[in-house]
Every structure is written in C-alpha cells, then in structure tokens.
Design a protein around this ligand. Structure first.
Ligand code: GCU
Length: 413
C-alpha cells in the first residue's frame, strides 16, 4: 500500500470514456497453459477450478471449510406478520456450535398462504435486520455498526430510531405477494465492516493469533462464507425450497453476492446491484473507482495479494467478467444506476457480455445484448442486466426486474 503522502497524490477518478486505457482481457475460455476450452467437461474440470483458485488467491482470499457443528436456534415465530400475509421467524446461527462464539441472526419472511416450500431471496444488509422492516417487534441488532446519523446509528450502535430505516430497499410485501420469501442478515454479524486486523467476527474463530496470510480471506470472503452458512440452515428449514435460493446484494454486498455465487454452487440465482469495483465492473477499465482507491479506503475487504495489482491491473490473471463466468450456467443478474458512475455501469455491463461465451458453451441462452441497453430497458435471458435512472441505491424498479427474472427461472413463467 502507498504511504499517506503518496495516497494523497493519487490521480482523480476518470469519468471520461475516451480516457479509458486500451486493454486486453484474459479469455475465460483459454487455460493458463494457453489451451482453448471447447467443451463443458473441460470447463468444469480444468478452467473453472483454475479461475476460482485465481480469485481465491489473488482477489478475495481463501475461506476455511464451514464448521460442521453449527447450532441453529429459532428465537421467534410470528404466524400473522405483515397483517397476516407472512410468517416471520428469527433464527440464530452459532458458527462454532457454542453459544459463546460469534453468531448471526436471520430474519425470515415467508408467504403465509404457501402450500409447499418456497423459493427465497437472501441478502446481507448494512445496519441490521430491524432496519429492513417497519414491524416494531423484530430484535434490534446489538453489534457494531458503521456510523450513520441518517440511519439512527449512535456511537456505532443501532437505536430504536434505526427501525425501518432501510425498508425502501426491501419491499417485503411485494416479495411475499409474488410468492417468494426473504431472508435477511446483518453483514456485521459475520464480520464487522472495518479494518481491525481481523480480530473480530468469524475471522477471530480461525485467525485468532495472526492476521490472515496474503491469500486468505478478507471481509468480502467472510461475508460470502457466512451466506453459505445461512444456506446450510435454509437446507434444514422445511418451509423453504433451498434449491431455489437467489442471493442478492447491493454495492459492497453486491460484490459479496457475486463471490458467494461463485464459491457456492448451491445458490441457484445470483443478483448484484450496483456492485462496481471488485464486483461486476471490469478492473482494467479504471473508470470511477479503481483498485488503488478501493484497497486504500477498505484494506480489509480483499486479500492482501490484491494490492499487487494496484495501478497494474493488466497484470491481473483475471478480470471481473471471469467472476461472472464462475456462476455459469446458473442465472445471473447485474444492475447499474445511471448516476452511479463511481461503479462504472459500462464496466458492469461488459463483464456480463464477456462472460457470455461460457454461458453459451454450457448450453444456455446466454445474454443476447451486444451493446449497452438504454436506461430502464432490462435485458433478461439466462443472464440479465439493466441500467436504471437514478442514484446508487436499490429501488422498486430494481426489485421488479429481479422478481420477473426469478419468475422466469424459478417458476418457469
Ligand atoms: C464505497 C466504495 C464502493 C462500495 C460502496 C458501498 O463507495 O467505494 O466500492 O461499493 O461504498 O458499498 O456502498
């Protein structure tokens, strides 16, 4: 990493398309040894493991195996939530199997009228499960939070005032009316979002004496690992169809949903909303946020090896289109916002496009968009994309597209 003085001298972010450097992307369908991959078998046996390993060691960091003895405890059930349309549950997951160790809390809403196990959306949130709902009897999260006056966080703790503060991003009733469940988790239950030398959260369970090695998990990997642990619980819940879980995330948590989908093939559908640098956007474009900026501002998100590529994006053995390719052939959806140039909408679009050859090789309909679609004009096949008007956020428009996309893939409509 750069010294503070050198960091202060960093170049201004580029927002000018004509200033995007020329670059050559690594081909997802050519092995490290230079061999063309032309069958699904070769992809699955050789190239996919190779790419996964590169992302693990050079970008996000390897996570340990999930514990086999996790303890799941249902702490509340309400059969007439949301005026009777939903069943609501809170479930605690104790990662070490012991109540003394770190735990994450799941908030689950399911359609009350369901007669069989339902497909669900599962996503991490920024300020606690109680912030996604207007129902006032959900437990307030007591863990450390990032400072936010607007969200009702005082001294890094959630207050009563924080209830429902993120509910615009989670249209629970619409999701329920469309026949889906929702599973919410506060990301900080898994790993608090600050650079603490990896002493807390689940890192402490495994790295108590030292910081992770340069190729071991940063916070994004820990969050993705936590999502897989949550899926372990969902597999035990008879009201949920664990073969139809869509993992969704916004921004840093959209980087995380992509990595969760890449590392855990049990996620049947993957959605990344405005994920930008280190998420869906191509690093080599150096448009908006760059590796330089992200690694200095958030040194705990990625593994230390990722720092090698600061201002040397062309040396990366991967780029983010290859992250999308790891999700193939499962449905994947990437969304951008017009006023969110920091996240490089075009770079997010191009990642989907350049992952398409892998989706095609695996026999799916692929993407089908050559050029970036107009604003508010979603493209949806096996791969989906839209850019909507507005800022960096999750809106009802975004959710309408995700629900339509899930209908296509989960309900066959
Ligand atoms: C910052 C960061 C982005 C990130 C975003 C968010 O803007 O630079 O990389 O996606 O925060 O998570 O909201």
């Amino acid at each position: 990493l750069l010294t503070p003085a050198a960091h202060a001298q960093r170049p201004k972010p580029n927002y000018d398309e004509s200033q995007v450097p020329e670059f050559k992307l690594p081909d997802p369908l050519v092995t490290q040894a230079g061999k063309k991959v032309d069958s699904a078998e070769e992809w699955n046996k050789v190239r996919r493991p190779e790419i996964l390993e590169l992302f693990e060691t050079e970008v996000y960091g390897k996570s340990p195996a999930r514990p086999e003895n996790m303890l799941f405890e249902v702490t509340s059930v309400k059969n007439d939530a949301l005026g009777g349309k939903a069943i609501r549950k809170e479930v605690s997951v104790y990662f070490s199997g012991k109540k003394a160790g770190p735990r994450m809390d799941l908030l689950i809403y399911l359609p009350a009228k369901a007669t069989k196990p339902v497909p669900v959306f599962m996503g991490l949130n920024f300020y606690g499960n109680h912030t996604i709902t207007d129902e006032t009897d959900v437990q307030i999260n007591g863990n450390w939070m990032r400072a936010s006056k607007e969200k009702g966080i005082v001294d890094h703790k959630a207050t009563e005032d924080s209830r429902g503060k993120s509910s615009s991003r989670w249209p629970i009733e619409t999701i329920i009316d469309r026949g889906y469940g929702l599973v919410a988790i506060y990301c900080g239950d898994i790993d608090p979002d600050y650079d603490d030398g990896f002493k807390n959260g689940v890192h402490a369970l495994f790295n108590s004496k030292q910081k992770p090695a340069p190729d071991e998990w940063g916070t994004i990997s820990a969050w993705a690992w936590g999502l897989s642990c949550a899926l372990d619980y969902l597999e035990t819940d008879k009201q949920i169809d664990a073969s139809k879980v869509a993992v969704i995330g916004h921004s840093r948590l959209g980087k995380t949903s992509l990595w969760a989908g890449a590392t855990d093939p049990r996620f049947a559908l993957v959605i990344s909303n405005d994920s930008g640098c280190g998420g869906a956007a191509l690093s080599r474009r150096r448009f908006g946020e760059t590796l330089h900026v992200i690694n200095n501002a958030f040194p705990h998100w990625f593994c230390d090896n990722f720092n090698k590529y600061i201002d040397k994006e062309n040396d990366l053995p991967v780029d983010q289109h290859m992250l999308i390719s790891l999700i193939a052939p499962r449905p994947v959806y990437v969304a951008s916002a017009e006023d969110d140039q920091w996240a490089d909408p075009k770079g997010e679009f191009l990642s989907v496009k350049y992952a398409e050859p892998v989706y095609k090789l695996l026999g799916t309909t692929g993407f089908g968009a050559e050029d970036m679609p107009g604003v508010n004009k979603p493209v949806q096949k096996q791969m989906g994309y839209h850019i909507r008007t507005g800022k960096h956020d999750v809106t009802d428009f975004d959710w309408q597209q995700y629900l339509n996309f899930a209908d296509q893939h989960f309900q066959g409509s």
